[in-house]
Design a protein around this ligand. Structure first.
Ligand code: NAD
Length: 359
């Protein structure tokens, strides 16, 4: 692998985000806001966490411009416009997003339009906080935008914020993170530094997720999962993704399927589809998962985590598979093995039925 990289040469661009990682690190919000020059933050939170907004900034002489709790999955543009009007009206000078990928996504959508600085406190393993990418939905289509304005300036990983993540979502969100790492390994613009991060992230997540699911309050396992999610998020922000992310993008944006669950179901099938083309890149994943093939290993891990393994379980209708396959082919991403529409249709059918993928 390394020799091939050296022969071909590669480009590595480091992401500029400052990262604070640990337990109880949300106590450092005030310090980080000062560093970013934010005095009137617009705070994005889930409704359940809204009462915590004030405590985040208490004692730092910071006045919250407004608290917004309306973020939803797949970043619909009408929600962004609603939040944006409040940001402007309240003269916010920066953004705090505390939550999962949906809350973070809304913060990024606002930053894209205003270039306000962002401080992010992730509570899931989505990895969105580490990327300059944003998937926005309007009129039933999800479009990806990439801009340096979208990349959060600072991220506070506080492991304690993840202790409440329910075991089902911990499992699927963890598989979502693994998907970033796996597709990073065979990205068109892959490089050895990002591959190191991908493998370390996949290893961390594969080892700790069974513990997280069995004992959600295990602090070491939770820290390992968040560390793995950070690394895999960095992979997502640094190199291009492939067929797996394209399919999930279509299924989420055009069929409203839940993000992390969709990633969990689709990943083993795409990895199995790509396996022979990128055998060397995927071999370490097979070793990490102690399996005969990376696709089967990921499928078995999802089962071990009691996560969904069939699109039928998460809201897909069989009558929609043809349209989904056509949409995937409409503006295809790079993939190491070029699929035909018929092959995508077969892959979706297997994923729909929850079949264990072939080696
Ligand atoms: P989410 O943010 O929608 O959260 C799912 C549910 O979990 C919500 O009800 C939320 O309130 C709850 N939750 C979150 N953290 C919790 C915690 N610690 N304890 C208890 N409940 C908690 O789900 P997600 O999978 O993190 O994010 C999905 C969204 O993120 C999608 O819109 C996806 O497109 C986007 N995303 C974007 C990127 C990117 O780089 N642009 C990367 C990954 C995901």
């Amino acid at each position: 692998m390394a020799d091939q990289d050296f022969q071909q040469g590669f480009v590595y661009t480091g992401l500029p985000t400052r990262v604070i990682f640990g337990f109880g690190t949300r106590a450092r919000v005030g310090e980080e806001l000062r560093r970013l020059g934010i005095q009137r933050p617009f705070v994005l939170l889930s409704p359940r966490r809204a009462p915590e907004a004030q405590a985040l900034v208490a004692g730092h002489g910071i006045e919250i411009a407004s608290v917004f709790t309306g973020a939803v999955m797949h970043t619909p543009v009408d929600v962004t416009n609603r939040a944006l009007a409040i940001v402007e009206e309240t003269r916010a000078d920066g953004l705090i997003a505390l939550g999962g990928g949906s809350t973070i996504g809304l913060g990024k959508a606002i930053a894209l339009r205003t270039d306000l600085p962002q401080l992010v406190l992730p509570t899931t393993y989505s990895g969105s906080e580490m990327t300059p990418n944003l998937g926005e939905t309007s009129e039933g289509r999800k479009k990806t935008v990439r801009s340096p304005k979208i990349q959060p300036e600072a991220v506070i990983y506080d492991v304690e914020l993840t202790l409440s993540l329910p075991h089902a979502l911990s499992a699927t969100s963890g598989m979502n993170a693994i998907a970033h790492g796996v597709e990073g390994l065979y990205a068109q613009d892959r490089n050895p530094i990002i591959s190191l991060m991908a493998l370390e992230g996949i290893r961390a997540l594969a080892e700790c997720l069974p513990v997280v699911v069995d004992r959600p309050l295990d602090r070491t396992a939770r820290a390992t999962a968040l560390y793995g999610a950070w690394l895999c998020g960095t992979v997502l922000g640094s190199v291009g993704m492939a067929l797996h992310h394209k399919i999930c993008h279509v299924l989420g944006g055009s069929f409203g399927l839940p993000h992390a669950e969709t990633h969990t179901v689709i990943l083993p099938h795409v990895v199995s589809f790509n396996a022979h083309t990128v055998d060397a890149e995927l071999r370490p994943v097979t070793e990490i998962l102690h399996s005969l093939g990376a696709g089967q290993g990921l499928f078995d891990l999802a089962r071990r985590l009691k996560a969904p393994t069939a699109l039928a379980e998460i809201g897909m209708l069989s009558g929609e598979l043809d349209r989904a396959a056509a949409l995937v082919m409409e503006s295809p991403y790079y993939n190491p093995r070029q699929p035909t529409q018929e092959e995508i249709r077969v892959l979706l059918e297997d994923a729909f039925n929850g079949r264990r993928p072939a080696l």
